[in-house]
Write a protein that binds this ligand. Sequence first.
Ligand SMILES: NC(=O)C1=CN([C@@H]2O[C@H](COP(=O)(O)OP(=O)(O)OC[C@H]3O[C@@H](n4cnc5c(N)ncnc54)[C@H](OP(=O)(O)O)[C@@H]3O)[C@@H](O)[C@H]2O)C=CC1
Ligand SMILES: CC(C)(CO)C(=O)C(=O)O
Length: 296
Amino acid sequence: MKIAIIGRGAIGTLYGQLFEKGHQDVVFLVDADRKKRYEANPLICNGKPVDFQYETQTDPVDLLFISTKYSGLPSAIEQAKDSIDAHTIIVSALNGIVSEEELRKAFPKNKVIRTIVQGMDSTYLHNQCTYKVVGELLFGADEKDQMEACQCLEQLYTSCQIPHRWVEDIVKEQWNKLMLNCGINQTCAAYYTTYGGIKVDGPLQDIYMKAMLEVKAVANAQNIPITDADVQHWFDVMEPLSNEGMPSMRQDIIAHRKTELALFSGTVVPIAKKLGIQTPVLEDLARRIRAIEAAF
Ligand SMILES: NC(=O)C1=CN([C@@H]2O[C@H](COP(=O)(O)OP(=O)(O)OC[C@H]3O[C@@H](n4cnc5c(N)ncnc54)[C@H](OP(=O)(O)O)[C@@H]3O)[C@@H](O)[C@H]2O)C=CC1
Ligand SMILES: CC(C)(CO)C(=O)C(=O)O
């Protein structure tokens, strides 16, 4: 399969390597400046140089895999235009639920398959990527005409030995992950804390919990069946994480990068308002994060 990846950071590097190990034809689509920069400074992954191929444009690919942060999505869409055609399947590894919607608007002839990547410990900073745990990829159809594309992805991920699950209800799974991100990412970011700070009983854990429950209420009002057991599950998943670890949004704040707030409270609060649901905790977290960003 010919695969183009846009976004050579923690996630793009990890999946680029897995696709290449699975003998796929992988190219990273980049603008001219990045091409120059990437070719001059080899990427180091887990201590070894990685020789990816970088192009500004290529013949239409079978799969377009987008792994920029949300702030890079508009330029990734522009970048992709000349390297896809109607047969190209599009996958977005971005957190949240809106990147697929934006990609469907930009590329109405293509199958954009809802996807979640999770559980990896990949980090990327200054041309260095490290990971030990590859995590897993969840995907699924939210419309009937996506079955053929899902079958194609199932074969690809299996042949590349990429841990994956083709799930029945991908919309529910995406809201479930969104609930975690709205809670843990935003609380750690707004209150300058790590996983350790929200694992102990106290006001921060309360905020984390209340933010998740607000997302659950918004999901349930749209008949998306998130349960209390799903909320509890995230508490159990987060428990063994190291106290010093921190979610991506807190890392963005430390690095003075624009956060992905638009994917979290920025997505849920407007939906809640339309449904007449109160979301005071999500709104307060958003205010705090905007204030931190404004002071960069
Ligand atoms: N990291 C993780 O463990 C997880 C991440 N996610 C989600 O996955 C997404 C990607 O995250 P992550 O990999 O951590 O992000 P990174 O910041 O590590 O990587 C994003 C990369 O995208 C590149 N980029 C931005 N715009 C363009 C463009 N127009 N053309 C080409 N490249 C571009 C940047 O390149 P440059 O460096 O040259 O500016 C950057 O290296 C996010 O939505 C994140 O929330 C989800 C689950 C886990
Ligand atoms: C699951 C979690 C919280 C892992 O840190 C994540 O998705 C993120 O950091 O963005």
